[in-house]
Design a protein around this ligand. Structure first.
Ligand code: FES
Length: 110
């Protein structure tokens, strides 16, 4: 797994998600109770951009059909969403937010 810097720590405010790219994937960054969380930006229901959703505490409401996820676990908490969204590991170092992702270069195909 690699970690890529995607934003400055002070850019990310509670209730105001950021959309960023890591590798080939769009991800959404959230600050919940001071902690940074990162999930895939793509809703598992019908591919809406989750960074455009509404945030209340740790609950994210998808902008398209109102499905809800727990930002901290990626788990669905309200229909029509039934599939979890991918969660990415986060590091905050030297004022930068870094997101972990699989680059695909270290795959073992045996
Ligand atoms: S696209 Fe997210 S709930 Fe339908």
């Amino acid at each position: 797994m690699e970690f890529a810097p995607v934003a400055k720590d002070d850019e990310l405010q509670e209730g105001h998600p950021l959309r960023r790219m890591v590798g080939a994937e769009a991800v959404a960054l959230f600050r919940v109770d001071g902690q940074v969380h990162c999930i895939s930006d793509t809703c598992t229901h019908a591919y809406a951009s989750l960074s455009e959703g509404k945030v209340e505490g740790r609950i994210l409401t998808c902008p398209l059909h109102g499905g809800q996820f727990d930002i901290t676990t990626g788990r669905p908490v309200h229909l029509p969403v039934v599939e979890a969204v991918a969660v990415h590991p986060v590091r905050v170092e030297n004022g930068q937010i870094l997101i972990g992702y699989e680059s695909g270069e270290d795959e073992d195909y045996d």
